[in-house]
Write a protein that binds this ligand. Structure first.
Ligand SMILES: *Cc1c(COP(=O)(O)O)cnc(C)c1O
Length: 453
Protein backbone atom coordinates (compact mmCIF):
# COMPACT_ATOMS: atom_id res chain seq x y z
CA UNK A 1 0.00 0.00 0.00
CA UNK A 2 1.55 3.26 -1.09
CA UNK A 3 -0.89 5.76 0.37
CA UNK A 4 -2.75 6.30 3.59
CA UNK A 5 -5.94 8.32 3.79
CA UNK A 6 -7.12 10.37 6.73
CA UNK A 7 -10.88 10.54 6.52
CA UNK A 8 -13.33 12.68 8.45
CA UNK A 9 -16.99 11.91 9.02
CA UNK A 10 -19.71 13.80 7.19
CA UNK A 11 -20.74 15.53 10.42
CA UNK A 12 -17.20 16.89 10.74
CA UNK A 13 -17.58 19.18 7.73
CA UNK A 14 -16.79 22.62 9.17
CA UNK A 15 -19.83 24.63 10.27
CA UNK A 16 -18.17 28.01 9.63
CA UNK A 17 -15.72 29.45 7.11
CA UNK A 18 -12.64 31.29 8.39
CA UNK A 19 -12.33 34.99 7.54
CA UNK A 20 -8.64 35.76 7.94
CA UNK A 21 -9.14 39.52 7.43
CA UNK A 22 -10.53 39.67 10.99
CA UNK A 23 -7.20 38.42 12.39
CA UNK A 24 -4.86 40.53 10.24
CA UNK A 25 -3.14 43.40 12.02
CA UNK A 26 -2.55 45.19 8.73
CA UNK A 27 -5.90 44.99 6.98
CA UNK A 28 -5.94 44.76 3.19
CA UNK A 29 -6.19 48.22 1.60
CA UNK A 30 -9.72 49.13 0.49
CA UNK A 31 -11.14 48.42 -2.95
CA UNK A 32 -11.49 51.76 -4.77
CA UNK A 33 -14.09 53.24 -7.05
CA UNK A 34 -12.03 53.95 -10.19
CA UNK A 35 -13.87 57.22 -10.84
CA UNK A 36 -13.62 58.86 -7.42
CA UNK A 37 -10.68 56.81 -6.00
CA UNK A 38 -12.78 56.56 -2.82
CA UNK A 39 -13.20 53.21 -1.02
CA UNK A 40 -16.13 51.24 -2.42
CA UNK A 41 -19.13 51.01 -0.12
CA UNK A 42 -21.00 47.74 0.24
CA UNK A 43 -24.09 49.16 -1.49
CA UNK A 44 -22.06 49.99 -4.57
CA UNK A 45 -21.48 46.26 -5.08
CA UNK A 46 -25.20 45.35 -4.94
CA UNK A 47 -26.00 45.87 -8.64
CA UNK A 48 -23.39 43.25 -9.49
CA UNK A 49 -23.24 40.80 -6.57
CA UNK A 50 -25.70 39.23 -4.15
CA UNK A 51 -25.90 41.35 -0.98
CA UNK A 52 -24.59 38.63 1.35
CA UNK A 53 -21.57 38.18 -0.89
CA UNK A 54 -20.96 41.94 -1.04
CA UNK A 55 -21.09 41.94 2.76
CA UNK A 56 -18.64 39.05 3.01
CA UNK A 57 -16.35 40.81 0.55
CA UNK A 58 -15.84 43.78 2.86
CA UNK A 59 -16.17 42.03 6.22
CA UNK A 60 -12.99 42.52 8.30
CA UNK A 61 -14.66 41.94 11.66
CA UNK A 62 -16.10 38.42 11.94
CA UNK A 63 -13.44 35.72 12.01
CA UNK A 64 -16.04 32.95 11.57
CA UNK A 65 -18.95 33.01 9.17
CA UNK A 66 -21.53 30.27 9.45
CA UNK A 67 -21.88 27.93 6.49
CA UNK A 68 -25.61 27.78 5.62
CA UNK A 69 -27.20 24.36 6.17
CA UNK A 70 -28.19 24.05 2.48
CA UNK A 71 -24.57 24.61 1.45
CA UNK A 72 -23.28 22.03 3.93
CA UNK A 73 -25.87 19.57 2.65
CA UNK A 74 -24.48 19.87 -0.87
CA UNK A 75 -20.89 19.77 0.38
CA UNK A 76 -21.80 16.31 1.73
CA UNK A 77 -21.90 14.95 -1.82
CA UNK A 78 -18.09 14.91 -1.85
CA UNK A 79 -16.85 16.50 1.39
CA UNK A 80 -14.96 15.99 3.59
CA UNK A 81 -12.30 15.32 0.97
CA UNK A 82 -9.48 12.90 1.80
CA UNK A 83 -6.14 13.96 3.20
CA UNK A 84 -3.60 11.56 1.77
CA UNK A 85 -0.12 10.64 2.95
CA UNK A 86 1.79 10.27 -0.32
CA UNK A 87 4.01 7.34 0.59
CA UNK A 88 4.37 6.51 -3.13
CA UNK A 89 5.77 9.92 -3.93
CA UNK A 90 8.01 9.90 -0.85
CA UNK A 91 9.45 6.58 -1.97
CA UNK A 92 9.93 7.75 -5.56
CA UNK A 93 11.85 10.76 -4.25
CA UNK A 94 13.69 8.77 -1.58
CA UNK A 95 13.11 11.66 0.79
CA UNK A 96 12.94 11.77 4.58
CA UNK A 97 10.12 14.33 4.21
CA UNK A 98 6.52 13.36 5.01
CA UNK A 99 4.31 14.51 2.14
CA UNK A 100 0.55 15.00 2.52
CA UNK A 101 -1.96 16.28 0.02
CA UNK A 102 -5.56 17.37 0.34
CA UNK A 103 -7.47 15.82 -2.54
CA UNK A 104 -9.92 18.39 -3.92
CA UNK A 105 -10.01 16.54 -7.24
CA UNK A 106 -12.74 14.26 -5.90
CA UNK A 107 -15.43 16.93 -6.31
CA UNK A 108 -18.11 16.10 -8.92
CA UNK A 109 -16.58 18.61 -11.34
CA UNK A 110 -13.00 17.63 -10.55
CA UNK A 111 -11.75 20.77 -8.79
CA UNK A 112 -11.99 22.89 -5.65
CA UNK A 113 -14.08 25.53 -7.49
CA UNK A 114 -17.34 23.91 -6.46
CA UNK A 115 -16.76 24.99 -2.81
CA UNK A 116 -17.45 28.60 -3.73
CA UNK A 117 -19.83 27.97 -6.65
CA UNK A 118 -22.33 26.30 -4.32
CA UNK A 119 -22.07 29.10 -1.76
CA UNK A 120 -22.51 31.83 -4.37
CA UNK A 121 -25.49 30.12 -6.01
CA UNK A 122 -27.08 29.65 -2.58
CA UNK A 123 -26.86 33.33 -1.60
CA UNK A 124 -28.20 34.43 -5.00
CA UNK A 125 -31.17 32.09 -4.68
CA UNK A 126 -31.84 33.20 -1.11
CA UNK A 127 -32.12 36.83 -2.27
CA UNK A 128 -34.62 36.09 -5.01
CA UNK A 129 -32.14 36.16 -7.88
CA UNK A 130 -33.29 33.98 -10.79
CA UNK A 131 -30.41 34.30 -13.27
CA UNK A 132 -26.65 34.39 -12.89
CA UNK A 133 -23.84 35.08 -15.34
CA UNK A 134 -20.13 34.44 -15.39
CA UNK A 135 -17.18 34.06 -17.72
CA UNK A 136 -14.88 31.12 -18.07
CA UNK A 137 -11.57 30.52 -19.81
CA UNK A 138 -10.57 26.89 -19.67
CA UNK A 139 -13.97 26.05 -18.21
CA UNK A 140 -13.29 24.87 -14.63
CA UNK A 141 -15.23 27.66 -12.98
CA UNK A 142 -18.02 27.49 -15.55
CA UNK A 143 -18.38 23.76 -14.96
CA UNK A 144 -18.58 24.18 -11.18
CA UNK A 145 -21.07 27.02 -11.38
CA UNK A 146 -23.25 25.12 -13.87
CA UNK A 147 -23.78 22.34 -11.39
CA UNK A 148 -24.31 24.77 -8.48
CA UNK A 149 -26.84 26.82 -10.47
CA UNK A 150 -28.80 23.70 -11.33
CA UNK A 151 -28.77 22.58 -7.67
CA UNK A 152 -30.50 25.85 -6.66
CA UNK A 153 -32.74 26.19 -9.72
CA UNK A 154 -30.96 29.22 -11.20
CA UNK A 155 -30.57 29.93 -14.91
CA UNK A 156 -26.90 30.37 -15.79
CA UNK A 157 -25.32 32.03 -18.82
CA UNK A 158 -21.59 31.36 -19.20
CA UNK A 159 -19.53 33.46 -21.58
CA UNK A 160 -16.71 31.20 -22.66
CA UNK A 161 -13.69 32.62 -24.47
CA UNK A 162 -14.34 31.68 -28.12
CA UNK A 163 -11.03 29.96 -28.75
CA UNK A 164 -11.54 27.70 -25.69
CA UNK A 165 -15.17 27.10 -26.70
CA UNK A 166 -13.88 25.47 -29.87
CA UNK A 167 -10.61 24.00 -28.60
CA UNK A 168 -11.86 22.63 -25.25
CA UNK A 169 -15.23 21.18 -26.16
CA UNK A 170 -15.45 18.80 -23.22
CA UNK A 171 -15.79 21.40 -20.47
CA UNK A 172 -18.38 23.10 -22.65
CA UNK A 173 -20.22 19.76 -22.86
CA UNK A 174 -20.04 19.42 -19.07
CA UNK A 175 -21.60 22.85 -18.58
CA UNK A 176 -24.33 22.01 -21.09
CA UNK A 177 -24.97 18.67 -19.40
CA UNK A 178 -25.65 20.53 -16.16
CA UNK A 179 -28.10 22.74 -18.05
CA UNK A 180 -26.14 25.99 -18.45
CA UNK A 181 -26.32 28.15 -21.53
CA UNK A 182 -22.79 28.47 -22.89
CA UNK A 183 -22.10 31.35 -25.25
CA UNK A 184 -18.89 31.77 -27.23
CA UNK A 185 -17.51 35.21 -26.45
CA UNK A 186 -17.49 37.68 -28.15
CA UNK A 187 -21.16 37.18 -29.01
CA UNK A 188 -23.97 39.17 -30.56
CA UNK A 189 -25.97 38.99 -27.30
CA UNK A 190 -24.42 42.08 -25.69
CA UNK A 191 -23.41 45.58 -26.76
CA UNK A 192 -19.77 44.99 -25.91
CA UNK A 193 -19.76 41.72 -27.88
CA UNK A 194 -21.53 43.25 -30.90
CA UNK A 195 -19.13 46.18 -30.91
CA UNK A 196 -16.07 43.94 -31.03
CA UNK A 197 -17.57 41.58 -33.60
CA UNK A 198 -18.51 44.38 -35.98
CA UNK A 199 -14.99 45.76 -35.78
CA UNK A 200 -13.16 42.40 -35.75
CA UNK A 201 -15.46 39.64 -37.05
CA UNK A 202 -12.85 36.91 -36.49
CA UNK A 203 -11.80 37.87 -32.97
CA UNK A 204 -11.24 34.69 -30.94
CA UNK A 205 -12.05 36.30 -27.61
CA UNK A 206 -10.29 36.96 -24.32
CA UNK A 207 -11.17 36.70 -20.65
CA UNK A 208 -11.48 40.50 -20.53
CA UNK A 209 -14.14 40.52 -23.25
CA UNK A 210 -15.99 37.62 -21.68
CA UNK A 211 -16.07 39.48 -18.34
CA UNK A 212 -17.48 42.57 -20.04
CA UNK A 213 -20.26 40.55 -21.62
CA UNK A 214 -21.15 38.70 -18.40
CA UNK A 215 -21.18 41.94 -16.38
CA UNK A 216 -23.25 43.76 -19.00
CA UNK A 217 -25.87 41.01 -19.10
CA UNK A 218 -26.06 40.93 -15.28
CA UNK A 219 -26.54 44.69 -14.98
CA UNK A 220 -29.15 44.88 -17.74
CA UNK A 221 -31.23 41.87 -16.70
CA UNK A 222 -33.70 42.05 -13.78
CA UNK A 223 -32.98 39.57 -10.95
CA UNK A 224 -29.64 38.71 -12.46
CA UNK A 225 -26.23 38.75 -10.72
CA UNK A 226 -22.67 38.25 -11.81
CA UNK A 227 -20.34 35.74 -10.12
CA UNK A 228 -16.59 35.25 -10.04
CA UNK A 229 -14.57 32.11 -9.28
CA UNK A 230 -11.37 33.52 -7.77
CA UNK A 231 -9.51 36.68 -6.67
CA UNK A 232 -12.31 38.20 -4.54
CA UNK A 233 -12.29 37.95 -0.73
CA UNK A 234 -15.59 36.08 -0.50
CA UNK A 235 -14.25 33.35 -2.80
CA UNK A 236 -11.16 32.89 -0.58
CA UNK A 237 -13.51 32.71 2.42
CA UNK A 238 -15.58 29.85 0.98
CA UNK A 239 -12.46 27.89 0.08
CA UNK A 240 -11.22 27.83 3.68
CA UNK A 241 -13.34 24.71 4.14
CA UNK A 242 -10.33 22.93 2.55
CA UNK A 243 -7.79 24.02 5.15
CA UNK A 244 -10.18 23.68 8.09
CA UNK A 245 -10.71 20.02 7.23
CA UNK A 246 -6.99 19.55 6.60
CA UNK A 247 -6.22 20.99 10.02
CA UNK A 248 -8.28 18.26 11.74
CA UNK A 249 -6.89 15.59 9.44
CA UNK A 250 -3.26 16.54 10.10
CA UNK A 251 -4.11 16.20 13.76
CA UNK A 252 -5.43 12.67 13.09
CA UNK A 253 -2.14 11.94 11.36
CA UNK A 254 -0.34 13.20 14.45
CA UNK A 255 1.59 15.84 12.53
CA UNK A 256 1.68 19.57 11.90
CA UNK A 257 2.96 20.88 8.57
CA UNK A 258 6.26 22.75 8.40
CA UNK A 259 5.18 24.07 5.02
CA UNK A 260 1.79 24.43 3.28
CA UNK A 261 1.74 24.79 -0.51
CA UNK A 262 -0.92 25.75 -3.05
CA UNK A 263 -0.77 26.60 -6.74
CA UNK A 264 -1.65 30.18 -7.48
CA UNK A 265 -3.94 31.71 -10.12
CA UNK A 266 -5.97 34.38 -8.38
CA UNK A 267 -5.42 32.71 -5.02
CA UNK A 268 -8.59 30.82 -4.07
CA UNK A 269 -7.30 27.26 -3.59
CA UNK A 270 -4.06 28.58 -2.11
CA UNK A 271 -5.97 30.69 0.43
CA UNK A 272 -8.33 27.81 1.07
CA UNK A 273 -5.64 25.37 2.13
CA UNK A 274 -3.37 27.89 3.86
CA UNK A 275 -5.41 30.53 5.73
CA UNK A 276 -6.62 28.20 8.49
CA UNK A 277 -2.98 27.24 9.18
CA UNK A 278 -1.78 30.81 8.85
CA UNK A 279 -4.16 31.78 11.62
CA UNK A 280 -1.92 29.87 14.08
CA UNK A 281 0.94 32.06 12.98
CA UNK A 282 -1.07 35.28 13.16
CA UNK A 283 -2.67 34.53 16.52
CA UNK A 284 -0.19 32.23 18.27
CA UNK A 285 3.06 33.01 16.49
CA UNK A 286 3.36 29.38 15.48
CA UNK A 287 6.24 28.45 13.19
CA UNK A 288 4.94 27.54 9.70
CA UNK A 289 5.85 28.43 6.11
CA UNK A 290 3.18 29.17 3.51
CA UNK A 291 4.25 28.89 -0.15
CA UNK A 292 2.38 29.93 -3.30
CA UNK A 293 3.47 28.18 -6.52
CA UNK A 294 2.90 30.22 -9.66
CA UNK A 295 3.90 29.77 -13.32
CA UNK A 296 7.20 31.37 -14.35
CA UNK A 297 5.30 32.80 -17.33
CA UNK A 298 2.79 34.61 -15.10
CA UNK A 299 4.80 35.58 -12.00
CA UNK A 300 2.67 38.19 -10.22
CA UNK A 301 3.81 37.29 -6.70
CA UNK A 302 7.50 36.80 -7.46
CA UNK A 303 8.05 39.58 -10.00
CA UNK A 304 4.91 41.74 -9.98
CA UNK A 305 4.34 45.07 -8.27
CA UNK A 306 2.11 45.83 -5.28
CA UNK A 307 -0.23 48.44 -6.70
CA UNK A 308 -3.87 49.25 -7.40
CA UNK A 309 -5.05 47.65 -10.63
CA UNK A 310 -8.21 46.57 -12.41
CA UNK A 311 -9.40 43.00 -11.96
CA UNK A 312 -10.09 42.58 -15.66
CA UNK A 313 -8.31 43.22 -18.92
CA UNK A 314 -10.85 45.79 -20.11
CA UNK A 315 -10.70 47.91 -16.93
CA UNK A 316 -14.38 47.70 -15.95
CA UNK A 317 -13.97 46.47 -12.35
CA UNK A 318 -13.20 48.49 -9.21
CA UNK A 319 -9.51 49.04 -8.43
CA UNK A 320 -8.06 46.24 -6.32
CA UNK A 321 -4.87 46.44 -4.23
CA UNK A 322 -2.85 43.53 -5.57
CA UNK A 323 0.47 42.13 -6.64
CA UNK A 324 -0.02 42.56 -10.34
CA UNK A 325 1.70 42.26 -13.70
CA UNK A 326 -0.63 44.95 -15.05
CA UNK A 327 -4.15 44.19 -16.29
CA UNK A 328 -2.94 44.49 -19.89
CA UNK A 329 -0.38 41.71 -19.34
CA UNK A 330 -0.94 38.87 -21.81
CA UNK A 331 0.52 35.64 -20.36
CA UNK A 332 1.88 32.92 -22.61
CA UNK A 333 -0.56 30.16 -23.53
CA UNK A 334 0.56 27.63 -20.94
CA UNK A 335 -1.71 24.66 -20.29
CA UNK A 336 -2.41 25.70 -16.71
CA UNK A 337 -5.15 28.04 -17.98
CA UNK A 338 -6.43 28.64 -14.45
CA UNK A 339 -3.14 30.25 -13.46
CA UNK A 340 -2.98 32.73 -16.34
CA UNK A 341 -4.28 35.67 -14.32
CA UNK A 342 -2.45 38.97 -13.98
CA UNK A 343 -3.05 39.67 -10.28
CA UNK A 344 -3.36 38.21 -6.78
CA UNK A 345 -6.35 38.71 -4.48
CA UNK A 346 -6.04 41.65 -2.08
CA UNK A 347 -5.81 39.63 1.16
CA UNK A 348 -3.01 37.40 -0.13
CA UNK A 349 -1.27 40.46 -1.52
CA UNK A 350 -1.25 42.15 1.90
CA UNK A 351 -0.03 38.93 3.56
CA UNK A 352 2.72 38.64 0.98
CA UNK A 353 3.75 42.24 1.54
CA UNK A 354 3.89 41.64 5.30
CA UNK A 355 6.08 38.56 4.85
CA UNK A 356 3.55 35.90 5.86
CA UNK A 357 3.47 34.29 2.43
CA UNK A 358 6.37 33.10 0.24
CA UNK A 359 6.15 32.54 -3.50
CA UNK A 360 8.05 30.40 -5.99
CA UNK A 361 7.77 30.30 -9.77
CA UNK A 362 7.79 27.08 -11.75
CA UNK A 363 8.54 26.44 -15.42
CA UNK A 364 5.96 24.62 -17.53
CA UNK A 365 8.18 21.61 -18.30
CA UNK A 366 8.97 21.13 -14.60
CA UNK A 367 5.25 20.99 -13.85
CA UNK A 368 4.63 18.20 -16.35
CA UNK A 369 7.65 16.25 -15.11
CA UNK A 370 6.29 16.56 -11.56
CA UNK A 371 2.78 15.65 -12.72
CA UNK A 372 3.97 12.47 -14.43
CA UNK A 373 6.00 11.38 -11.41
CA UNK A 374 3.03 12.08 -9.12
CA UNK A 375 0.58 10.21 -11.38
CA UNK A 376 2.81 7.14 -11.47
CA UNK A 377 3.42 7.19 -7.72
CA UNK A 378 -0.10 8.04 -6.51
CA UNK A 379 -2.44 6.95 -9.31
CA UNK A 380 -4.04 10.36 -9.79
CA UNK A 381 -3.51 12.46 -12.92
CA UNK A 382 -3.26 16.04 -11.68
CA UNK A 383 -4.59 19.19 -13.35
CA UNK A 384 -1.81 21.24 -14.99
CA UNK A 385 -2.57 23.97 -12.42
CA UNK A 386 -2.20 21.62 -9.45
CA UNK A 387 1.07 20.32 -10.89
CA UNK A 388 2.68 23.62 -9.90
CA UNK A 389 1.97 22.79 -6.25
CA UNK A 390 3.31 19.26 -6.76
CA UNK A 391 6.53 20.62 -8.32
CA UNK A 392 6.98 23.00 -5.36
CA UNK A 393 6.34 20.16 -2.89
CA UNK A 394 8.95 18.03 -4.68
CA UNK A 395 11.48 20.86 -4.37
CA UNK A 396 10.82 21.04 -0.63
CA UNK A 397 11.15 17.26 -0.32
CA UNK A 398 14.43 17.23 -2.26
CA UNK A 399 15.76 19.99 -0.08
CA UNK A 400 14.88 17.96 3.03
CA UNK A 401 16.84 15.06 1.54
CA UNK A 402 19.89 17.25 0.88
CA UNK A 403 19.75 18.58 4.40
CA UNK A 404 19.12 15.10 5.75
CA UNK A 405 16.23 16.11 7.95
CA UNK A 406 12.55 15.32 8.35
CA UNK A 407 10.08 17.91 7.16
CA UNK A 408 6.29 17.73 6.95
CA UNK A 409 4.87 19.05 3.70
CA UNK A 410 1.20 19.64 2.94
CA UNK A 411 -0.02 20.66 -0.51
CA UNK A 412 -3.40 21.11 -2.10
CA UNK A 413 -4.30 18.96 -5.09
CA UNK A 414 -6.76 21.49 -6.53
CA UNK A 415 -8.05 19.29 -9.34
CA UNK A 416 -7.54 16.30 -11.63
CA UNK A 417 -6.32 16.50 -15.20
CA UNK A 418 -8.57 13.97 -16.91
CA UNK A 419 -10.02 16.61 -19.21
CA UNK A 420 -6.56 18.05 -19.91
CA UNK A 421 -5.03 15.01 -21.60
CA UNK A 422 -4.24 16.95 -24.80
CA UNK A 423 -1.76 18.89 -22.68
CA UNK A 424 -0.12 15.65 -21.54
CA UNK A 425 -0.08 14.38 -25.14
CA UNK A 426 1.77 17.51 -26.22
CA UNK A 427 4.22 17.12 -23.35
CA UNK A 428 5.01 13.51 -24.31
CA UNK A 429 5.38 14.55 -27.97
CA UNK A 430 7.98 17.12 -26.90
CA UNK A 431 5.86 19.98 -28.14
CA UNK A 432 5.74 22.01 -24.94
CA UNK A 433 8.24 24.71 -24.03
CA UNK A 434 9.11 27.00 -21.16
CA UNK A 435 8.49 30.71 -21.59
CA UNK A 436 10.99 33.24 -20.38
CA UNK A 437 9.88 36.70 -19.50
CA UNK A 438 12.36 39.57 -19.63
CA UNK A 439 12.32 42.41 -17.13
CA UNK A 440 11.58 44.67 -20.10
CA UNK A 441 8.46 42.70 -21.01
CA UNK A 442 7.29 42.99 -17.44
CA UNK A 443 8.02 46.71 -17.16
CA UNK A 444 5.99 47.49 -20.30
CA UNK A 445 2.67 46.70 -18.64
CA UNK A 446 3.64 47.78 -15.15
CA UNK A 447 4.67 51.23 -16.39
CA UNK A 448 1.12 51.80 -17.62
CA UNK A 449 -0.32 51.49 -14.12
CA UNK A 450 -1.45 54.62 -12.36
CA UNK A 451 0.68 54.63 -9.17
CA UNK A 452 -1.90 55.13 -6.46
CA UNK A 453 0.10 53.38 -3.71
C1 LIG B 1 -9.09 27.58 -11.40
C2 LIG B 1 -8.12 26.60 -10.89
C3 LIG B 1 -6.94 27.00 -10.22
C4 LIG B 1 -6.54 28.43 -10.05
O1 LIG B 1 -7.40 29.24 -9.35
P1 LIG B 1 -7.12 29.75 -7.87
O2 LIG B 1 -8.19 30.71 -7.60
O3 LIG B 1 -5.75 30.41 -7.85
O4 LIG B 1 -7.15 28.57 -7.00
C5 LIG B 1 -6.10 26.02 -9.73
N1 LIG B 1 -6.37 24.71 -9.89
C6 LIG B 1 -7.48 24.28 -10.54
C7 LIG B 1 -7.72 22.82 -10.69
C8 LIG B 1 -8.39 25.22 -11.05
O5 LIG B 1 -9.49 24.80 -11.68
Amino acid sequence: MSTKKFLLQENEIPTAWYNIAADMKNKPLPILNPGTKEPIREEELYPLFAKSLAHQELNQIDAWIEIPEAVRDLYKIWRPTPLVRAYGLEKALDTPAHIYFKNESVSPVGSHKLNSAIAQAYYCKEEGVTNITTETGAGQWGAALSYAAKAFGLELAVYMVKISYHQKPYRRSIMQTFGAQVIASPSMSTNSGRKILTEHPNYQGSLGTAISEAVELAIQTPNCKYTLGSVLNHVMLHQTVIGLEAEKQMEMAGEYPDVVIGCFGGGSNFSGISFPFLRHKLNEDREIRIVAAEPASCPKLTRGEYQYDFGDEAGYTPLLPMYTLGHTFAPAHIHAGGLRYHGAGSIVSQLRKDGFVEAVDIEQLDTFEAATLFAQAEGIIPAPESSHAIAAAIREANQAKEEGRQKTILFNLSGHGLIDMTAYDQYFAGELTNYSLSDEDLAKNLNQLEKII
